[in-house]
Each structure stands twice: as structure tokens, then as C-alpha cells.
Write a protein that binds this ligand. Structure first.
Ligand code: SF4
Length: 697
């Protein structure tokens, strides 16, 4: 009832990369209700997280004052939940900023700028991500800056950059409306991108051929023409088998291949060794089914391919994505309406944070740090002396660098590596070892427990700024309520730190940062702050001041030499750690509908926590029977990294030799168990496969 609210503010959901637009109903300075509005990605729809997951911003655990660690407080994750702030004392902003910047400056002086590294956040705005990478590059002279894209789609981006010339999606997910076949692989959109999933369901209802492929069953299966539940880690075997059928039966699009691609002969030859019959024992899918699916996709008038972290989070994640690119190219399914490659991005601004240069090898707009002209361009815009031409360290490499004594100080904004990194015991030991750690966040996260200085930040609904969703849609997020206590927007805190580190920064509003970004980012051509204020969303690339932006790109060639995309043959690389007698089962990790990532927001959201209140894992009923454990009983999961005790659910979607463990629960932290082995190209850890022993606990 509009009489029950004081005002309404339009913004963007802070959770997943779908980027649903919301109307926030405000009463007495608090968000009372969230409704979906007519954004380009959601047309009024919201999932349960967007609809009910807002009250964490009013939670009593919010950080409201800067904190400084007590001299004798141990650096460990041993906080009493009833009294979490015992290791810290409150400080003024002046004192805390001086301590934060002073510690980092001393390390810069004593050991050089490369002794300091930064993790930015995909939950911050584009302007905040841009300022964060600028601070590390301009303030410390190197590129040791990264964020959680390293843990989600870094391998997809590596493959797309290499073979297509651009890391973003080639078509919005809404384009599925114009497709007649779609593959969804290694993704569970009904739980992780629920509003995108509604478009997929509508597509299936209209008679579209929806082909779902995943080692774990899922709700979208009910809408699919085919559900291929393949062996974990066998992605390349399955995808190459599908493509070998397309070659064998001449179903490829020779005209498209000749006009827009290179290296086809090598790919064609390579696929000869991957017949469905040869791959069936590896991927567990009958050869006949592989043939049917290959024909279904290849003969479609227009087809799209969507993928998630089931593809990317493997030591062969880049190879998996290369296969998907090869499949789209050989069938001519890029560049037309209803076609495209679409890695479903995770966080609400992981696309934007990556575009803004929060990556150790790329400046904004994916301009390489090794490119002298690009470095000069940004040094000019920043009026700075310059910065290193060497790619910086990635998320996991930075924590290894701490153990090696190379990295001594960190500035972490809105990330929670003490929960989100693989093998968190190793990650937590690295955080404890740092000489100086500055954490900026909205809660005392597990990572903040290790901080020397904690800077209280505004939540997403408490600040202005732009974000970019999985569809390349730049959208305007608006402050709806004030931050609690002394908390401030992240951009303001980063600016204050930069000034104390000797940088002559003067920004009064995010719009000034956006204007500066436009100077070095062609992707923002024709997109202005004023337009975003009025229109709410503009898709990049945007061709004119009246263009809403291009939903589909690369219709006339690719941003690569001679405008050609490249086929990249991929071989089978096994998972890093195969099951054996000691650890005979397969652990896979992921998210659940109700909880977001490390749980810091959604577990403090009343409705969401009520819906899913307890740490859990999923096992096949036959496995539970063998273990002698009733559904709801406790099991022990052990890997070579550690042990977790957790409640077991029965779930036929999980194969008998697998266990699925969500990573949102600190009391059963999945990443105590995960394998830190990296994909060599994207440097992404193998979160989706580890050898595990499961026993009754
Ligand atoms: Fe938010 Fe994603 Fe749900 Fe939309 S689908 S409401 S963006 S969590």
C-alpha cells in the first residue's frame, strides 16, 4: 500500500549477475519492501533473494564505526558469535584512515610497492572498482589487484579473449526469445540466476529445444528436451563428441566458417579422435543421445549456449569454454538474433568490475598492462608517473605470495577470501601472516577477523553508482537509505585512503569517476551518467546517444586479426585429484537458491535464513543407505585439505559417488575441503572436483 511508505527508489538487486531492477519502498529511513520493476533483464520479475533478501542492511551486526585491532589480539578465526568485536576497539575515521594508509605506506617504503596487494569487489559499483584498481596501480606502481572473477569466470574470459577477442557475452540472455535451440551446461540457473531461468522456461514452453547438461540434476530438467547428466570433469569428452558428430554428418555451417573464422582444418582434424562411441565410457552419455543432441543443436535455425561455473571451475576450465566457442562457431551461432555465447556471470557487478580493470593483467576495457600505449593512456588520464608493465598476481597467487614473504600488506574491499578461496586453511594462514591488513566491508566477515584496521562501508542500497550485469547492461544503482552510524560509501573511503597515500585525488561524486572512466573506455561511448539517470539501463556497445545499446554483437566479424574468431582444439585433461582408495568419492561445491556466496548477507536476512537455516550437503539415497545415515543425520567429509561435519540430505540429483556441498556456511565451510589446483590459463581453482571420503559422523 503506497500510503504505508514514505517514498520509493529505483535501484538494482545486489545479488546475482542477472541485474534485476527493483523498487525499494522506504518507511522511516528503512527498506520495508522490494518489488520488481520493468528493467531490461527482469521485466518486473524477482527471485526470492531479490524480493526478501534486503533486511541484512538493517542487521545489528552492521559495522558502524571504524575498528582497530587491539595490540595483543590473536589473528585467528576464533570470534565469539555473542561478542564478535572483542579483538577490536572503535576508532575515529581520522585515526583509522591514518592507521590503514600509514601501515600500507610503510610497507611501500620498506619493501617496494609490490609488497602490497589489493582484492576489490564485484559487489561494488563500477566507479568503486575503477578507483580501487587505480589506487593499486597509481599508488603502488604495479598490478597486484584482482577480485572474485578469478574464482568464477576467469577461464571463460581467457577463452573468449583468446578466440573471440572479447570477454563479455555476445548476446543478452533475453535473445533466447529468438532462438529455437539452447544449451545450458554447467549451470543451474533455476537456483543461481532464477530470473534468467524464467526466460529459459518460456523458451521451452514455446517449443524451443532446451538441452541441459550437468553432472548434477536440477529443476530446469523439467523443461528440457534433453538432460545429459554426464560424469563430473568429462566436459571436453562430451563436447568434442557432440562436435565430432557435426563434422561427421556435415552439419557445420561452411559459409560462416569461411567468412568469420580461422583454424577450422585443425579443429576438424582434431575432432576425428572423439567419436561418441569412444567418448561414451568417459562421459557416461550413450552415443545415440550424443548424436541426437548434436543434430538438434546443429540443425537449429538459431542456437544459444549458456554456461556457468560447472564449466569454468576446473583445471580444464579454459578448455571447456574453448569447446563451447568452437561449437557456436562451427554452427554459425554467433552474431545473429537468437544466437550467442553467454557465460552467466555470478555477482551483480562482476562484469563491470572486470570491465573497470580490477584484474592483474588488464587495465580498464581489457587493455593489456603489457601494452605501452594503454599504460601511457591511463598514466596520462591519471597524471601519474606510470606503473609496471608486468601482469600482477591473481587472487590465489597473492595468498601464495604472502606465504612466500613477497606480499606483506593487503587492502581487501568487500571480498571474503577466508571463506571463498580454495583450501581456506591456507588462505586464513596467509591473512594471519600479513604485516598489515586493511578490510573494508559491511560486516565483520571471516576475513575482517584477521584485519589490523576495519573500515565500515555502505551497503549497495545505501549508495549511488553504476553496475553492469551479465547482459552488458550498465544500470544505475541509487541510494535509498543512509548507511548506519559512521559507515561510508566505498568510493569515499578509497578516495580518503588514496589522499593519505600521497595521491592528489579530488572526487565529490561517483559521476565524476564515471566521466573519467569514459576517457579510457571505448565500451562506455555514448553512455553518460545523465542518460543512465533517465533511462536506468543502457547496453554496451552503444552506437549513438539515442541507441539503447546492442543486444547482439559480432554480426560482421570479431575484434581479432582480420575480424576472424579462432577455433581452439581442446584435449582431455583429467581433474587434478582423482578419487582413490583413501578418498573414493567426488566432492563438488556451489550455491543454493536462498543463500549468496559466503553467506554474510543472506544468512543475516530473516526470510532467507528461515527458508534455509542449516548447513547441509546432498547425497544420493543409496549412498546414505550404505553409510547407515538417515536423511538429516550428520556425515563427515574429509579431503587431503581438511574435515567438515555437516547434515546430509537425500537428493537423487546427485550421482551415487558424488557429494554436493554449498559454500555459504562458515560452520561447514566447503572451502576447507576444496582443491586449490589452478587452470593454467584462467588461474581459476578446481572448486568443482576433489577426491573426498564420506563417513557417518
Ligand atoms: Fe536478484 Fe538475481 Fe534474483 Fe534477479 S535473479 S532478483 S538479480 S538474485
Amino acid at each position: 500500500n503506497s500510503k504505508d511508505v514514505d517514498r520509493e527508489v529505483a535501484s538494482v538487486c545486489p545479488f546475482c549477475g542477472v541485474g534485476c531492477q527493483v523498487a525499494l519502498k522506504i518507511k522511516d529511513g528503512r527498506v520495508k519492501q522490494v518489488d520488481g520493476i520493468d528493467g531490461p533483464a527482469n521485466e518486473g520479475r524477482l527471485c526470492v533473494k531479490g524480493r526478501f533478501g534486503y533486511d541484512y542492511i538493517h542487521h545489528p551486526h552492521r559495522l558502524t564505526r571504524p575498528l582497530i585491532r587491539l595490540d595483543d589480539a590473536p589473528k585467528a578465526l576464533d570470534v565469539d558469535p555473542a561478542n564478535p568485536f572483542t579483538h577490536f576497539r572503535a576508532a575515529s575515521w581520522e585515526e583509522a584512515l591514518d592507521a590503514a594508509a600509514g601501515g600500507l605506506a610503510r610497507l611501500r617504503e620498506a619493501h617496494g610497492g609490490e609488497a602490497v596487494a589489493g582484492f576489490g569487489s564485484a559487489k561494488c559499483t563500477n566507479e568503486e572498482a575503477y578507483l580501487f584498481q587505480k589506487l593499486i596501480r597509481q599508488g603502488f606502481g604495479h598490478n597486484n589487484v584482482d577480485h572474485c572473477t578469478r574464482l568464477c569466470h576467469a577461464s571463460s574470459v581467457a577463452a573468449l579473449m583468446e578466440n573471440v577477442g572479447s570477454g563479455a557475452v555476445t548476446a543478452t540472455f533475453n535473445e533466447i526469445e529468438h532462438a529455437d535451440a539452447a544449451i545450458v551446461i554447467g549451470a543451474n540457473p533455476a537456483e543461481n540466476h532464477p530470473v534468467a531461468a524464467t526466460y529459459f522456461k518460456q523458451f521451452a514452453k514455446r517449443g524451443g529445444r532446451l538441452i541441459v547438461m550437468d553432472p548434477r540434476g536440477q529443476a530446469l530438467k523439467r523443461h528440457a528436451t534433453h538432460m545429459l547428466q554426464f560424469r563430473p570433469g568429462a566436459d571436453v569428452a562430451l563436447l568434442n563428441a557432440i562436435m565430432s558428430v557435426i563434422v561427421e554428418e556435415g552439419l557445420y555451417d561452411q559459409g560462416y566458417i569461411d567468412r568469420f573464422t580461422e583454424n577450422w582444418d585443425a579443429e576438424k582434424q582434431h575432432l576425428a579422435g572423439f567419436s561418441p562411441e569412444a567418448m561414451e565410457p568417459l562421459c557416461g552419455i550413450p552415443a545415440g543421445t550424443i548424436r541426437e543432441v548434436a543434430r538438434d543443436f546443429a540443425t537449429a535455425r538459431a542456437g544459444m549456449i549458456f554456461w556457468g561455473m560447472g564449466i569454468s571451475q576446473h583445471v580444464h576450465g579454459t578448455d571447456n569454454s574453448r569447446c563451447l566457442i568452437n561449437l557456436a562457431l562451427m554452427t554459425g551461432n554467433v552474431g545473429r538474433s537468437g544466437t550467442g555465447l553467454h557465460p552467466l556471470r555470478g555477482q551483480n557487478n562482476v562484469q563491470g568490475a572486470s570491465d573497470a580493470g580490477l584484474i592483474p593483467m588488464f587495465l580498464p576495457d581489457y587493455q593489456s598492462v603489457t601494452d605501452a600505449a594503454a599504460r601511457q593512456r591511463f598514466s596520462g588520464i591519471w597524471e601519474s608517473a606510470g606503473f609496471s608493465d608486468a601482469a600482477g598476481l591473481t587472487v590465489t597467487e597473492i595468498l601464495d605470495g604472502v606465504h612466500a614473504g613477497r606480499i606483506r600488506g593487503m587492502y581487501i574491499l568487500g571480498e571474503n577470501p577466508a571463506m571463498s578461496d580454495p583450501d581456506v586453511t591456507h588462505a586464513r594462514a596467509a591473512l594471519a601472516k600479513l604485516d598489515h591488513l586493511v578490510v573494508q566491508d559491511i560486516f565483520l566477515t571471516e576475513t575482517a577477523n584477521f584485519a589490523d584496521v576495519i573500515l565500515p562501508a555502505a551497503a549497495f542500497y545505501e549508495k549511488d553508482g553504476t553496475v553492469t550485469n551479465t547482459n552488458r547492461q550498465v544500470q544505475m544503482g541509487r541510494a535509498a537509505v543512509s548507511p548506519p552510524g559512521d559507515a561510508r560509501p566505498d568510493w569515499k573511503i578509497t578516495v580518503a585512503l588514496a589522499r593519505r597515500l600521497g595521491l592528489d585525488w579530488a572526487y565529490d561524486h561517483p559521476s565524476q569517476v564515471f566521466a573519467e572512466m569514459k576517457q579510457g573506455m571505448r565500451s562506455l561511448d555514448n553512455i553518460t551518467w545523465d542518460r543512465l539517470e533517465k533511462e536506468g539501463a543502457i547496453t554496451y556497445p552503444c552506437l549513438s546517444e539515442t541507441d539503447p545499446g546492442q543486444a547482439v554483437v559480432f554480426g560482421d566479424g570479431f575484434p581479432r586479426p582480420e575480424g576472424r574468431a579462432r577455433f581452439a582444439p581442446a584435449d582431455i585433461v583429467p581433474p587434478d585429484e582423482l578419487p582413490d582408495d583413501d578418498y573414493p568419492m567426488i566432492l563438488t561445491t556451489g550455491r543454493q537458491l536462498e543463500h549468496w556466496h559466503t553467506g554474510s548477507m543472506t544468512r543475516r536476512s530473516k526470510v532467507l535464513d528461515a527458508m534455509e537455516p542449516q548447513a547441509n550437503c546432498s547425497l544420493h539415497p543409496s549412498t546414505l543407505r550404505k553409510l547407515g545415515v538417515e536423511p538429516g543425520g550428520m556425515v563427515r567429509l574429509e579431503t587431503r585439505r581438511g574435515t567438515v561435519d555437516v547434515m546430509a540430505r537425500t537428493d537423487r540429483a546427485v550421482a551415487p559417488d558424488m557429494v554436493f556441498l554449498p559454500f555459504a556456511y562458515v560452520e561447514a565451510a566447503a572451502n576447507i575441503l576444496t582443491n586449490p589446483a589452478l587452470d593454467p590459463f584462467g588461474k581459476i581453482p578446481e572448486f568443482k572436483f576433489a577426491a573426498v571420503r564420506v563417513t557417518a559422523s
